[in-house]
Write a protein that binds this ligand. Structure first.
Ligand SMILES: Cc1cc2nc3c(=O)[nH]c(=O)nc-3n(C[C@H](O)[C@H](O)[C@H](O)COP(=O)(O)O)c2cc1C
Length: 352
């Protein structure tokens, strides 16, 4: 059972912090929240206010996840906040997207909150400090939980040479990661999403699977390779994608990234900003893609469900749609760390 005092103290602290943070611009608020979290961790102030990590182990991709709720990619792009985020009770954390070379991303402002719909539009554009920085951070981590590392390509690398960047990323992170994500679904790197389909997908994934086999042999450790997909797919695209993932024996799929469908936020402040939409408006679309992928993959690849998960009910529905694990991003921003144990407990209850 949830211990009332800890939960409510942590919860009201979060409500207050959120009120203050939401007065700042989107990106400044994110940055300040992460820095405050680091400071709180440093002062050993996190543990008294959050639930201890729920232990409800799930076996997926040959790994034992202590619980089914992870942090999605993009909040800690450089693995700079791994130690403090690692104290919040997530069953796993995914860092990145990291590109081989550092890059600034798009000009600011590039992150917009739409509170009326509990949504965010972002067009960050893979701002990150590059592979070497991320590796240095990961190597000196104190976080001992499961770590996913999410790979992308630099803006200046042509789409038809994208494989070069993913190979560099794969080789670099292989010894450090528990699983590795090939992110080909960000809407903010021109042409990236075209890699999700047809021959382009095969031409990308085949060399990556070959490299994975070589690296597994060399390091004597098999690190699962998963692909992160967009929610904006028609049925034909989804079936062709699923067939390729099965044929090439990918180890899993993360569904989904942000959507380009902004109909839910039309007319609202920032509703017409360019970029990908996340949060509440994505719940149904992501869940539907998960359900369709479950069918198309026929159990051959596990699914990590992400997109618009804001409550225990959303988490349970995603698992019932066929996901083995879930991830949080926008729900975590709007609801706070209490959402982690809420979802983990609900999933544990159905898995029992
Ligand atoms: C500000 C922001 C930055 C993101 N950056 C990344 C990223 O670098 N790589 C990635 O794979 N997904 C990224 N995402 C997508 C999330 O990981 C997640 O797939 C998506 O937001 C849907 O989940 P949500 O509705 O819970 O936020 C980002 C999302 C947001 C809001």
């Amino acid at each position: 059972m949830r211990s009332g005092t800890h939960y409510s103290a942590g919860h009201s602290m979060y409500s207050l912090a959120k009120k203050l943070l939401f007065t700042l611009s989107g990106e400044a608020a994110h940055q300040l929240a992460l820095e405050s979290l680091d400071a709180a961790a440093h002062l050993r102030l996190i543990k008294p206010f959050v639930e201890p990590m729920l232990q409800a182990p799930v076996q997926v991709m040959g790994l034992t996840f202590p619980n089914a709720v992870g942090l999605a990619a993009g909040l800690d792009k450089n693995a700079d906040h791994l130690n403090s985020l690692g104290q919040l009770g997530f069953g796993f954390i995914e860092v990145g997207t990291v590109t081989p070379r550092p890059q600034p991303g798009n000009p600011k402002p590039r992150l917009f909150r739409i509170p009326e719909q509990e949504a965010i539009i972002n067009r960050m554009g893979f701002n990150n400090k590059g592979l070497n920085h991320l590796l240095a951070q990961v190597q000196k981590r104190r976080y001992s939980g499961l770590l996913g590392i999410n790979l992308g390509k630099n803006l200046t690398t042509p789409v038809d040479r994208a494989v070069d960047d993913y190979l560099l990323g794969l080789e670099g992170v292989y010894p450090q990661a528990d699983y590795i994500t090939v992110n080909i679904s960000s809407p903010n790197t021109p042409g990236l999403r075209s890699l999700q389909y047809g021959e382009a997908l095969k031409d990308l994934l085949k060399p990556l699977k070959e490299a994975q086999a070589r690296l597994a042999d060399f390091h004597q450790r098999y690190v699962p390779l998963v692909v992160k997909v967009a929610p904006d797919m028609n049925d034909e695209e989804l079936h062709s994608l699923a067939a390729t993932l099965r044929e090439l024996k990918l180890d899993g799929v993360i569904a989904t990234n942000t959507t380009l469908d902004k109909s839910a936020v039309a007319g609202l402040k920032h509703g017409d900003e360019q970029g990908g939409l996340s949060g509440r408006p994505l719940t149904e679309a992501s869940c539907l893609i998960t359900r369709k992928l479950t069918e198309a993959l026929e159990g051959e690849l596990p699914i990590i469900g992400v997109g618009g998960i804001f409550s225990a009910e959303d988490a349970v529905e995603r698992i019932k749609a066929g996901a083995s694990l879930i991830q949080l991003y926008t729900g975590f921003i709007y609801r706070g760390p209490g959402l982690i144990s809420e979802c983990a407990e609900a999933i544990a209850a159905i898995n029992d």
